[in-house]
Design a protein around this ligand. Structure first.
Ligand code: PLP
Length: 400
């Protein structure tokens, strides 16, 4: 995606542009159907309810889930908070990877302080922090482990964790998967994942609008609502309904966002997520090869043989990550994320705390040219830094 808007390489933060059809679907909903779903029986309410349920079906189909157990809410963060608050009790032990995002670590740390939880960390492989199933199983075998929480892919390095293998190895301990960086970027079949719950954002790989997130719940796992309120159903009662999705979806939903997400999932299903993944994996490898050839560049958590999504973190010796990010945007119109990426534990594990990294996030609309422009711009910045250093040294030499 070049054009006037520049080169967008920050898909780890959010997708841009959105999938074809998303903006039209949102607009059509707002103009033609925007009643309050489930509240009353007039035609706009019915149209809105139908639109939401169609979107739910599209999301569920894309992720291999049961639509009745596909919950739609404000974001991955909301659903992770909901599950952790519901499933953890005083004295419980929780096992996490060393690569978790603050969407997991902040609610966990708060619950740790409130409930006296024990949080055990699987350190993972030396270079990547990706844990093997045996390591997590060993930690989860310690009583009283109540839950394992794992990101499906690191938002710092892009490394994919073997969550299905881990879920099988730690059974019967349930696994909550944070799929914020994989949904829409990696083919996902929730029914075959063996995880108890899977939370993801609608605005990253799923290419929908911000403000919508998804929770998939496996059969036999129930969650208490974090937020209670009106649902349009059982209006005679002051208790939350017992059934899903109403039990976990209190308050008026973000209907335009949900409809947009449905349109995005329809587009992804048509394109095939596997094909998008292959394309993004090829581009990220091209970026890694190009960047690794620049003197002073270091890739972090990169293992060429490992499974990954389209995310890559790097630093350039002697260059501040934030300054390099600003420079790429200002001088070349290249948008990346620079600094710390809301995952201090992952940065510590990868040795990039507190300075952070420049993070490249490839999306389905990026091209070889986008990646080559990035490599060229980083090469130029690294060479300029080298020249400045040399001239500084020679000026220093003359002065002595
Ligand atoms: C790994 C991971 N988990 C969770 C989140 C939170 O997602 P959201 O902000 O959409 O709730 C993010 C967002 O960057 C993420 O990268």
């Amino acid at each position: 995606m070049t054009a006037l808007r520049g080169i967008y390489l920050d898909h780890g933060a959010t997708s841009f542009p959105k999938a074809p059809g998303v903006a039209d679907a949102v607009r059509r909903f707002l103009v033609e159907e925007a009643g309050n779903p489930g509240r009353g029986g007039h035609r706009l309410t019915v149209a809105a309810s139908r639109a939401i349920e169609q979107a739910r079906q599209l999301v569920a189909d894309l992720l291999g889930a049961d639509p009745e157990r596909t919950l739609l809410g404000p974001g991955a963060t909301f659903w992770i908070n909901t599950v952790l608050s519901s499933w953890l009790a005083p004295g419980d032990r929780v096992v996490v990877s060393a690569l978790e995002h603050n969407a997991v670590m902040r609610p966990l740390r708060r619950l740790e302080a409130r409930l006296g939880l024990e949080v055990a960390v699987a350190e993972g492989a030396p270079a990547t922090g990706v844990p093997a199933a045996e390591e997590v199983a060993r930690l989860a075998a310690v009583s009283p482990t109540r839950l394992v929480v794992l990101c499906h892919a690191s938002n710092v390095s892009g490394a994919v964790l073997p969550v299905a293998e881990i879920a099988a190895a730690v059974a019967p301990v349930p696994v909550l998967v944070d799929g914020a960086q994989t949904a829409g970027s990696l083919p996902i079949d929730f029914s075959g994942l063996a995880a108890a719950a899977f939370a993801c954002s609608g605005h990253k790989g799923l290419l929908g609008p911000a403000g919508v997130g998804v929770l998939l719940l496996a059969d036999g796992f129930e969650v208490e609502p974090l937020v209670c309120g009106g649902t349009g159903s059982r209006s005679e009662s002051e208790e939350m309904p017992e059934w899903l999705p109403d039990r976990l979806e209190a308050g008026t939903p973000n209907s335009p966002g949900i409809v947009g997400l449905g349109a995005a999932c329809a587009w992804l299903a048509e394109q095939l997520v596997a094909a998008i993944h292959d394309c993004e994996a090829g581009l990220v490898r091209r970026a890694a090869d190009g960047l690794a050839g620049i003197p002073g560049v270091r890739l972090h958590g990169w293992d060429p043989a490992a499974a990954r999504v389209g995310i890559l973190s790097f630093t350039v010796a002697g260059l501040d990550a934030g300054e390099l990010g600003d420079r790429l945007d200002r001088e070349r119109g290249i948008m990346v994320r620079a600094g710390l990426h809301c995952a201090p534990a992952a940065h510590r594990r990868l040795g990039t705390f507190p300075d952070g990294t420049v993070r490249v996030g490839i999306g389905p609309f990026n091209t070889d040219d986008d990646v080559d422009s990035l490599v060229d711009a980083v090469g130029e910045a690294a060479r300029a830094r080298g020249r400045n250093l040399k001239s500084g040294v020679s000026r220093g030499n003359q002065a002595t």
